[in-house]
Design a protein around this ligand. Structure first.
Ligand code: NAD
Ligand code: SAH
Length: 418
């Protein structure tokens, strides 16, 4: 089998960790059971570019159980868990092309390796597979029935491609499912971002000033959890509605240039570039800790920080110290890449359970319906989204009420007055 991982002898540890995650993924487990019987993806080639974690491993095993030939590459050079990559290859016969800490060239070689398998379905997290296919591998486009996209920024990119008329096949925006972004982006990013910062720094959050750039789904989650740990949260935004919401949720709101002067911790979750820039570093306090949990390594202007500094050193794992000419130090976590996946293990399994249930059902949906789908970005069909919510509640042992016939009639009529 063709694969490229760090060390197959790590497989045993990976198998145990994959099993540990599986315990918290009841929805995906139920889908896997059905897939084993029905084989709805028989013979379908799937190229996945996702974070190589224990949760992703469970998705890959589920797709394979459904009959698919699965090929996995990393969606971020720092998020690969080498033991998981080894386990997938050695114990589950799933080809993986991913090594923790790989350089940019290797990252792209790995993308090409899975694309060269001539996939029928692509699974992206940030859009690298589809964008590489469209820019460099157009000869493979005809094989593709459709793709899925896991995260906000990827969906934005594909909507831009659709608008410009260059998107060549249908894409399902898994991120936009309610059972994805309302939970994964908020509660997942909320917890795992704090987890990454704490594992990297072992600093106390209580009593600190914690600045969050972006009050979207991820920002809300991080703010909620930082406040819960006793930090004073400041939010920076560019959208007046989100800024108002942050204020009414009890947080201070101000421009980054003001927040930069008083923050102890900074986290960007915007999907935008250079949100923390040269003029912000210039006014930061000595010891400020700066991290990104949004998109790739673009949200913090690392080049500007390098240019401002007189020396750099890695003072701890995932903590790089930049010394400025006046003696102040600024600490950048995880090279400005997603701190929750690079310095910790990403979101916990119970929240990825819903995200990846949507991925599995969307792959099945694409295969069943590709003849009628257009080269557009589609929502996850509501019936799949609600099915994931129902299965999750069921697995959590939570029952809910049903509408009575009288209530259904009341809610659908316009005739009832005061
Ligand atoms: P979102 O669209 O809900 O929120 C982004 C927010 O950032 C918006 O409110 C926007 O107004 C704000 N923003 C944009 N530019 C800004 C600027 N210059 N300063 C301050 N605020 C600015 O998106 P989301 O779902 O919260 O996702 C945010 C990013 O995180 C995306 O790149 C997404 O792909 C990524 N993401 C990461 C994880 C993770 O595991 N770390 C999980 C989900 C999403
Ligand atoms: N690939 C880009 C885009 C952001 S990744 C980058 O690395 O910068 C953000 C996505 O990671 C989220 O949408 C979330 O669903 C996913 N994610 C978070 N924790 C994960 C985990 N434990 N396993 C797999 N994917 C995870």
């Amino acid at each position: 089998m063709d694969y490229h991982v760090k060390d197959l002898s790590l497989a045993e540890k990976g198998v145990l960790r994959i099993e540990w995650a599986e315990k918290e993924m009841p929805v995906l487990r139920q889908i896997r059971k059905r897939f084993e019987k029905e084989k709805p993806l028989k013979g379908v080639k799937i190229a996945a570019c996702l974070h190589v974690t224990t949760e992703t491993a469970n998705l890959m095993i589920t797709l394979k159980a459904g009959g698919a030939d699965v090929y996995l590459t990393a969606s971020n050079p720092l998020s690969t868990q080498d033991d998981v990559a080894a386990a997938l290859v050695k114990e589950f016969d799933i080809p993986v092309f991913a090594i923790h800490g790989e350089d940019r060239d290797t990252y792209y070689q790995h993308l090409y390796a899975v694309l060269d398998k001539e996939p029928n379905i692509t699974m992206d997290d940030g859009g690298d597979l589809i964008s590489t296919l469209h820019k460099e591998k157009q000869n493979l486009l005809d094989n593709v029935f459709g793709g899925t996209e896991e995260t906000t920024t990827g969906v934005i990119r594909f909507k831009a491609m659709e608008k410009d008329g260059v998107l060549k096949f249908p894409v399902i925006a898994v991120n936009d499912a309610y059972t994805k972004h309302l939970f994964d982006n908020r509660y997942g990013t909320g917890q795992s971002t704090i987890d990454g910062i704490l594992r990297a720094t072992n600093r106390l959050l209580a009593g600190s000033v914690f600045v969050i750039a972006g009050y979207g789904w991820c920002g809300r989650g991080v703010a909620m959890r930082a406040a819960g740990m006793g930090a004073e949260v400041i939010v920076t935004e560019v959208d007046p509605l989100k800024a108002l919401e942050a204020r009414m949720d009890g947080f201070r709101v101000m421009p980054m240039i003001e927040a930069a002067k008083i923050g102890d911790f900074f986290v960007t979750v915007t999907g935008n570039i250079n949100v923390i820039d040269k003029h912000h570093f210039e006014v930061m306090k000595d010891g400020a800790i700066v991290a990104n949990s949004g998109h790739f390594d673009v949200e913090i202007n690392i080049k500007a920080l390098e240019e401002l500094s007189v020396s750099q050193r890695d003072i701890r794992e995932n903590v790089r110290e930049y010394r400025l000419p006046d003696g102040r130090n600024i600490y950048l976590l995880a090279e400005g890449r997603l701190v929750n996946l690079a310095a910790a293990e990403g979101h916990p399994a119970s929240v990825m359970d819903m995200s990846f249930a949507n991925q599995a059902l969307s792959a099945e949906y694409i295969y069943k319906n590709h003849d009628s789908l257009k080269p557009k970005v589609y929502k996850v069909p509501d019936e799949l989204d609600f099915e994931v919510a129902r299965l999750k509640l069921n697995a959590m042992g939570i029952q809910i009420d049903q509408l009575t016939e009288e209530q259904k009639e009341y809610l659908s009529s316009w005739e009832h007055g005061t």
